[in-house]
Design a protein around this ligand. Structure first.
Ligand SMILES: Nc1nc2c(ncn2[C@@H]2O[C@H](COP(=O)(O)OP(=O)(O)OP(=O)(O)O)[C@@H](O)[C@H]2O)c(=O)[nH]1
Ligand SMILES: [Mg+2]
Length: 133
């Protein structure tokens, strides 16, 4: 697990990268680490990064995260490969179905990162210096 900083507009936020997890009922020790973090650490938003080529296998966890009451953004990654396979994802349909923000991206190609930043922003607490006096 690693922590780093990211810039969202004017705000610097801490990002925690967790080991991969496929269920909230963890099988491996690494998954337990991630599950425990999600239960313990108060976070502004959980970004569930999934492989766009295996959406069917990944979405059950997205549903579990939502049902657990966590604020979730679904980041459908590997879109370059998914599109190479001829897979076309309806971002708007997924958003309607899941009722959470969905961002399609190719992290390796730096595509979709700006949109992800934009979708993260509304989840962040308002900084006091941002409130006009
Ligand atoms: N083609 C393509 N490759 C990608 C993309 N994003 C990540 N990768 C590659 O996928 C591989 C795995 O990336 P990781 O960031 O280690 O994936 P992860 O989900 O964090 O893996 P774990 O932490 O082991 O669960 C690397 O070789 C990345 O370069 C993408 O958008 N497109
Ligand atoms: Mg990783």
């Amino acid at each position: 697990m690693s922590r780093g900083l990211a810039q969202i507009g004017e705000q610097t936020i801490t990002v925690i990268d967790t080991p991969g997890m496929y269920s909230l009922l963890p099988i491996s020790e690494e998954e337990k680490v991630t599950r425990d973090l999600l239960l313990i650490e108060p976070v502004s938003v959980v970004i569930h990064v999934v492989d766009g080529k295996n959406l069917g296998r990944m979405l059950p966890l997205t549903f579990q995260l939502i049902e657990a009451g966590l604020p979730v953004i679904l980041a459908v990654n590997m879109m370059d490969e998914a599109q190479g396979w001829g897979l076309n994802l309806r971002q708007d349909a997924l958003e309607m179905e899941l009722e959470i923000p969905v961002v399609c991206m190719s992290a390796a190609l730096n595509q979709g990162i700006d949109e992800l930043r934009q979708r993260i922003a509304p989840f962040l607490p308002i900084q006091t210096e941002m409130i006009p006096v």
